[in-house]
Design a protein around this ligand. Structure first.
Ligand code: ZN
Ligand code: FE
Length: 256
């Protein structure tokens, strides 16, 4: 398989759209559809024809563009079967363990509930990329809106267990705010402080801070670092399961 071309572009307030293009087979995927106009412009700039939309979860900032894109391109819309009634125009509902064969690309579906109950991620092992929606963000994670903290922790662990060099594409540009929060939780983490400074510089120049990488997240994402003694001490939970530490961190971030 030739490596697919991947194009990430900002849209709406702080969302990212992503296109994945397999030139050999003429397949182009849109990861979510935050805004039909922005996705169309990105396709037109490259001369790519949309064939599929891969939806991570039902929220409007990930699905609002589906109807217009589908009526214009007759693309196939794939998304979480658990949210099929909430996603407009869904053609195929999928769940783990499902492998999608799209042109020469093979995408594995991962169940990553927590932000929403049916949230899924898409992992293309041969390309070393995963599209994780609103489950993990650079140095952060999504709000636990429908599931439980324990569920969200398990979903984050699943993403953290992907090969370390895997590039992670996330739904939003929240890196600076996440890094500022992380620095209050783990002030002694030099790599985190350095990454926050890099992210601030990137945003000042209007550059994206994404995609991130699994290994970078292990070093700098306090939500994945719940087992770290300094973090446990910081939230007064020296013992007990990691997910409870995660839950305490998520609570604090909600109020940050
Ligand atoms: Zn969302
Ligand atoms: Fe979102």
């Amino acid at each position: 398989m030739a490596q697919p071309e991947i194009h990430q572009f900002p849209c709406l307030k702080d969302n990212y759209g992503v296109l994945v293009h397999d030139a050999e087979e003429g397949v182009t995927l849109s990861i979510d559809a935050p805004d039909a106009g922005a996705v169309k412009r990105a396709l037109d700039e490259r001369g790519w024809t949309l064939t599929h939309i891969l939806v991570t979860h039902h929220h409007a900032d990930h699905t609002a563009g589906i109807p217009a894109l589908k009526s214009e391109t007759q693309c196939t819309v794939i998304g979480p079967s658990a949210e099929s009634v909430r996603i407009p125009g869904l053609d195929a509902g999928v769940a783990e363990p499902c492998s999608l064969h799209l042109g020469s690309l093979e995408a594995k579906v991962l169940d990553t509930p927590g932000h929403t109950m049916g949230h899924i991620a898409y992992w293309i092992p041969a390309a070393g990329v995963a599209f994780v929606g609103d489950t993990l963000f650079a140095m952060g994670c999504g709000r636990v809106l429908e599931g439980t903290a324990e569920m969200m922790w398990a979903s984050l662990q699943k993403i953290a267990a992907l090969p370390p060099e895997t590039h992670l594409y996330c739904g939003h540009e929240y890196t600076v705010s996440n890094g500022k929060f992380g620095a209050t939780i783990e002030p002694g983490n030099a790599r985190l402080a350095e990454r926050l400074a890099e992210a601030e510089a990137a945003r000042r120049d209007g550059r994206p801070t994404l995609p991130t990488r699994v290994d970078l997240e292990h070093e700098t994402n306090v939500f994945l670092r719940a087992a770290t003694p300094a973090i446990r001490a910081h939230v007064n939970l020296p013992d007990g399961p990691d997910w409870k530490v995660f839950a305490a961190l998520r609570e604090r971030k909600n109020r940050f």
